[in-house]
Design a protein around this ligand. Structure first.
Ligand code: ATP
Ligand code: MG
Length: 594
């Protein structure tokens, strides 16, 4: 592959709209281009990296015994109506009509289509388990497409589905995928962790997310320093609570206090000389359209995923300003629970709380000395907040830490949600009809590419993990006008191509500095360069993009020495993998709860 005839439009500057490093570098390295919001074109090198990810995923899925199929991207609305998701899915589902006015959608996921495929064919327990997957385009009309490939509207996903006769076998399928994902992300050279996750709109019994650890991640994960517990904070339970009743003795009636120009919990706590945990936040949410109030301590955050689960709701959103003002008869910032007639749910840590400060439902007013039991009608106390580093591990009581992650894979035990709705049944040994037990398993192939770059980059550009580099080697001709240099470079190039090493030859008529800069930007693991000076010394310069180690190889020993050096470059990636802080732990025994 020659640079001069390739299409690698590298850029010196990052485009202004790129916020995260992977987005900047993929654009600068000429690997992707934006068509419009959330839609990207892969240029030749970007596509090669994407294909490298796909190849590893395909190999490991095949190894797990899953069979590859290819389902249509456009899906009939009727199937989605069978499961109720036509109405439930929200605006991410891009709905369209054909010329005959029939409903269709662009596939954001394929449970319905896959279940439809199987229900027509599989009738007997003898045909189970059936495990299928595909690697294909998805479309989700994301509300905020951003970060380039990280959150596109159109993106590439590997999605797999398992159909089993009973729960024990379904758990085997799930475990197969858990182990398969662990192998995939290890082979890709990523630092990752499998965490317990919420099942969200896909539904089902339990699930794990695979998180690539990176500060730019949109998810927060909680892990225990003592045991192998790890969970998305959307899910991580808060067990033992410190009540804010502790130590509060003042049981005098509540009173209104003027709080002009005070907006934050910290400002109010300061002004009223009370600790932050005693200032109760009252947040209004729309839960499947119905307005409810949620109370948490001032130093805690409401967890809307837990709220949705608690209310068994499919949609939870913060109430807008107009709603808050209509319900509280006060401007934003002064909502409080005293006198509210909507349902009020409070976080468990507030049970028994006395001597608290709450919003006064009037401009510039708060109430102090509020006692929840005496002054507020709380419909329920529940775990409605996000875990913090001050909370104990829900499994062992040990110390927990929070860190950021990028969700690259997600596995779900679906149970019979789809097979019940779509009548995907089979006959067991006794001729009795049962719904199949399903699992579904996704990997965001294009997001993996972005996540890998988030984790592997430096000031000069991408540092491609060995396993997903578009080519393993870049060979720089530093003096294209010098016939002897060019001859020597071409000889090496032919040797590499002949021995099956993937190589990009930079044969452009450019300054050496430009070539080195581009080579670093592209992040190719092994860098070779040859110019007049090295030719004089009869050698070729070699650099390892990961370790930055440089060496020279004598030209006359190239055939013997180069494979050893290249193997060293590959091994440096293995070494990095082994020192990774956390990799996927083995599936914890007690996670597979029936
Ligand atoms: P997120 O929470 O990030 O929106 P999700 O939980 O909705 O993702 P799943 O339905 O679990 O996503 O899809 C499986 C995988 O597809 C995810 O783990 C992720 O890697 C990938 N993915 C999901 N949405 C996008 C997107 N908009 N762009 C790129 N990849 C995505
Ligand atoms: Mg997910």
């Amino acid at each position: 592959m020659r640079f001069s005839t390739q299409y690698i439009p590298t850029l010196k500057e990052s485009p202004a709209d790129a916020e995260v490093i992977s987005h900047k570098l993929l654009l600068r390295a000429g690997m992707i281009r934006r068509l419009t919001s959330g839609l990207y074109t892969y240029l030749p090198l970007g596509l090669r990296a994407l294909k490298a990810v796909e190849a590893i995923v395909r190999e490991e899925m095949d190894r797990s015994g899953f069979l590859e199929v290819l389902l249509p991207f456009v899906q009939p609305g009727d199937l989605w109506k069978e499961t109720g998701r036509w109405e439930q899915y929200g605006k991410e589902l891009l709905r369209l009509k054909d010329r005959n006015d029939r409903d269709y959608c662009l596939g954001p996921t394929h449970e319905e289509v896959m279940t439809d495929l199987v229900r027509g064919e599989v009738r007997s327990y003898r045909n189970l388990p059936l495990r299928l997957y595909q690697m294909h385009t998805k479309f989700r009309d994301e509300i905020r497409p951003r970060f380039g490939l990280m959150r596109g509207r159109e993106f590439i996903m590997k999605d797999g589905y398992s159909f089993d006769a009973d729960l024990a076998h379904a758990e085997e399928s799930y475990k197969l995928m858990y182990d398969c994902y662990t192998r995939i992300f290890s082979r890709l050279g990523l630092r990752f962790r499998a965490v317990e996750a919420d099942t969200g709109s896909i539904g089902g019994n339990f699930s794990h997310e695979f998180m690539v650890l990176a500060d730019s991640g949109e998810d927060t994960i909680c892990y225990c320093m003592n045991c192998d517990y790890a969970a998305n904070v959307e899910r991580a339970e808060v067990v033992a609570c410190t009540h804010c009743a502790d130590g509060a003795q003042d049981l005098s009636p509540y009173e209104a206090v003027p709080t002009p120009n005070l907006h934050t919990v910290a400002e109010i706590a300061d002004f009223l000389k009370t600790p932050k945990e005693r200032v109760i936040k009252t947040m209004l949410f729309r839960v499947d359209g119905k307005v409810v109030a949620v109370l948490v301590r001032g130093d805690h955050e409401v967890n809307d995923v837990k709220l949705a689960r608690f209310c068994q709701a499919s949609e939870v959103e913060l109430a807008d300003q107009a709603t808050v003002e209509a319900v509280t008869h006060a401007p934003l910032g002064f909502a409080g629970p005293v006198g509210l007639t909507i349902p009020i749910y409070a976080d468990a840590s507030l049970s028994g709380a006395t001597g608290c400060v709450v919003g006064g439902n009037a401009k510039d007013t708060h109430l102090r000395n509020v006692s929840l039991a005496r002054d507020v009608t709380v419909a329920a106390f529940a775990d409605l907040r996000t875990i913090t580093e001050n909370d104990p591990c829900p499994r062992c009581g040990g110390q927990v830490k929070l860190t950021r992650g990028i969700e690259v894979g997600h596995i779900f035990m679906l149970g019979t949600k789809y097979s019940d709705a779509m009548h995907a049944t089979f006959l067991n040994e006794r001729g009795e009809e049962h719904p199949m037990i399903m699992g579904c398993y996704g990997i965001g192939i294009s997001r993996v590419l972005a996540a890998a770059i988030e984790q592997n980059n430096d000031a000069d550009g991408i540092v491609f993990p060995w396993a997903m580099a578009p080519v393993s080697c870049i060979l720089l001709n530093l003096d294209v006008k010098n016939a002897d240099v060019t001859k020597a470079v071409e000889k090496i190039y032919a040797k590499l191509e002949g021995s099956g090493v993937s190589v990009l030859l930079d044969d452009r008529d450019e300054r050496a500095g430009v070539k080195f800069k581009d080579a670093d930007l592209l992040g190719i693991p092994a860098q070779l360069s040859l110019g007049a000076r090295s030719l004089k010394n009869n050698c070729v310069e070699c650099a390892n993009r990961l370790t930055k180690e440089k060496t020279t190889l004598p030209l006359e020993r190239f055939d013997d020495d180069f494979p050893i050096w290249l193997e060293g470059v590959r091994a440096s990636w293995d070494a990095r993998r082994k020192t990774a802080w956390v990799s996927g732990s083995t599936l914890s025994r007690n996670l597979l709860v029936s």
